[in-house]
Ligand binder design. Structure first.
Ligand SMILES: NC(=O)c1ccc[n+]([C@@H]2O[C@H](COP(=O)([O-])OP(=O)(O)OC[C@H]3O[C@@H](n4cnc5c(N)ncnc54)[C@H](OP(=O)(O)O)[C@@H]3O)[C@@H](O)[C@H]2O)c1
Length: 261
């Protein structure tokens, strides 16, 4: 089967591009985080997602250095905990120290501080970008109205909104809202949000001779939605990335989308 001519990266509204398939690192720390990230980089992932609250930035940084890859080849995301919104600058400086790098490719507000869009925090993010500490800045767990509030108050849309996403959570309206504002939608917890034994996913997986997990990753790619599966298991780290030699048909995609209705 031929590989589909889908882009492997998406452009970001402030410049640069984000790899569509990245590696999640929540709930792994210490040696298991270093081993998992090293395996991911050996496998071919070039996008690593961490956060201050994951307490593994130092391990992610060590794995990046161990990989021997040039820093510029890897897209690194970290996130500002809302509880530290008042100390944004000091927090990113600490992230950079732990990661052992001069900049991150993407820095996100992890979730809305006090359930508020918080334009003040967003301005601090933009200032960090202007100063080169982050190449791009964005948000996570923001709803469409909160995105609009940031755009209305600062004129700058987040480069990315990272939100829970999986076939069951497919929401075309939200996708359209993001795209109309130039915000890249990045999905998280693709497997935790899914039933890997769902009969529709199984049927499609059998037809393509792949696993249901691979169908879920590939479904994100067909939609050009960034996906960041996490695994601490070397075989799964490899298989979750092995999605370039098959593609879903428009009918497959429609059947999977319908799981979200
Ligand atoms: N912004 C936010 O608020 C937020 C929230 C949650 C997550 N995230 C980010 O998104 C990333 C991904 O989400 P997640 O870690 O919550 O969940 P996930 O990637 O949906 O699922 C991870 C779980 O699925 C298992 N798994 C991985 N590959 C599998 C496969 N091929 N077959 C069966 N099971 C498989 C993993 O087990 P093993 O590890 O044992 O293989 C682990 O238990 C996170 O790591 C984090 O970077 C962001």
């Amino acid at each position: 089967m031929a590989t589909t001519p889908k882009p492997l990266t998406l452009p970001l509204n402030s410049g640069g591009k984000i790899p569509l398939l990245g590696f999640g690192t929540w709930q792994i720390t210490g040696a298991s985080a270093r081993d998992a990230v090293r395996t991911a980089l050996e496998t071919g992932y070039r996008h690593i997602d961490t956060a201050t609250i994951y307490r593994n930035e130092q391990d992610v940084g060590a794995a990046i250095r161990d990989s021997g890859l040039d820093r510029t080849e890897i897209f690194v995301t970290t996130k500002l905990p809302p509880s530290l919104a008042g100390r944004a600058r000091a927090t990113i400086e600490e992230s950079l120290r732990l990661l052992g790098t001069d900049y991150v490719d993407l820095w996100l507000i992890h979730w809305p501080p006090d359930d508020d869009a918080s334009p003040k925090t967003w301005k601090a993010m933009l200032a960090a970008r202007e100063d080169g500490l982050a190449k791009a800045v964005g948000v996570s767990n923001y709803d469409p109205a909160q995105i609009d509030e940031l755009v209305e108050t600062t004129g700058e849309a987040p480069a990315v909104n990272q939100v829970p996403w999986s076939p069951r959570q497919y929401d075309e309206k939200r996708l359209t809202h993001s795209r109309e504002r130039g915000v890249v939608l990045e999905g998280y917890s693709p497997f935790k949000g899914s039933n890997l034994k769902d009969p529709v996913l199984r049927d499609i997986a059998e037809a393509h001779e792949v696993t249901t997990a691979q169908v879920i990753v590939r479904w994100h790619i067909e939609h050009e939605i960034v996906v960041i599966p996490k695994s601490a298991t070397p075989e799964r780290i490899a298989s979750n990335f092995d999605v370039w030699n098959f593609s879903l048909t428009p009918d497959d995609v429609a059947r999977i989308d319908a799981l979200g209705h």
